[in-house]
Design a protein around this ligand. Structure first.
Ligand SMILES: Nc1nc2c(c(=O)[nH]1)N[C@H]1C(S)=C(S)[C@@H](COP(=O)(O)O)O[C@H]1N2
Ligand SMILES: [Mo]
Length: 219
């Protein structure tokens, strides 16, 4: 099995991210995704209607920028490109360059449109034959296995379509994330080569996982 440069396989699939001091967000009874940006009118798509669009399965590894990879996951959902071509493109008022994905916990990722339209990008609602659970992004998440985990927003509640790059909140952060985040190019960091930041990112895995153990416990 070959992993992208600087990645190491882990057992299983840990819950991970910047949100780990919180339990997973509550999912509304009839969840919807707001769709906004450069559209004739903003709209909403229920997660049930999204699930009724053409679907596919995707077997893929998952790579966190911190350096761990979960291997052989089986995702199921609607290809992002199918959703875009049928539900968004007819409503556009101008050409789109970037897409924002927001989660119920306030997390956001910014994705270049061309990357979002790749064949392996899904709006996934099932993992390994089960509905997505709270740990991994219920009710629906972005899955883009060729890009680092931080692109793969969980608990989707809003997708925005933009004609220019939206403001970057972490541009001057020491961990400024790469705008493309392609795993095989090792695009971990906005300004520094991926292999240079490897040890720094790797040192964050243990403290983040310790937070996760606390966040998962019911309170
Ligand atoms: N809504 C939301 N999505 C998120 C995150 C988050 O904190 N909140 N963390 C990201 C990061 S950094 C990673 S590595 C993956 C982890 O996905 P997992 O928890 O299913 O392993 O989710 C990504 N998507
Ligand atoms: Mo990550």
């Amino acid at each position: 099995m070959t992993l992208p440069p600087g990645q190491r396989a882990v057992e299983g699939f840990p819950r991970f991210g910047t949100h780990l001091h919180h339990p997973p967000p509550a999912v509304p009874a009839d969840p919807v995704i707001d769709i906004g940006g450069a559209l004739t009118e903003p709209g909403t798509l229920s997660v049930a209607d999204l699930a009724a669009l053409p679907r596919r399965e995707l077997r893929a590894d998952f790579h966190c920028v911190a350096g761990w990879s979960a291997t052989g996951l089986l995702w199921e959902g609607t290809p992002f490109a199918t959703f875009y071509r049928t539900r968004v493109e007819p409503l556009l008022t101008a050409p789109v360059s970037h897409v924002t994905f927001e989660g119920l916990d306030g997390f956001q990722s910014i994705v270049v449109l061309a990357d979002a339209l790749a064949d392996d990008v899904l709006l996934a609602d099932r993992l390994d034959g089960q509905p997505l659970d709270g740990d991994h992004g219920a009710p629906v998440r972005l899955v883009s296995p060729s890009q680092y985990g931080f692109i793969n927003t969980k608990h989707l509640c809003r997708i925005g379509f933009h004609t220019t790059e939206p403001p970057i909140t972490d541009r001057w952060s020491p961990l400024a994330s790469h705008p493309r985040a392609r795993v095989w190019e090792e695009e971990r960091h906005r300004h520094l080569p991926g292999r240079v930041v490897r040890p720094v990112y790797r040192s964050l895995i243990a403290p983040i996982r310790a937070l996760s153990a606390r966040g998962s416990r019911p309170r």
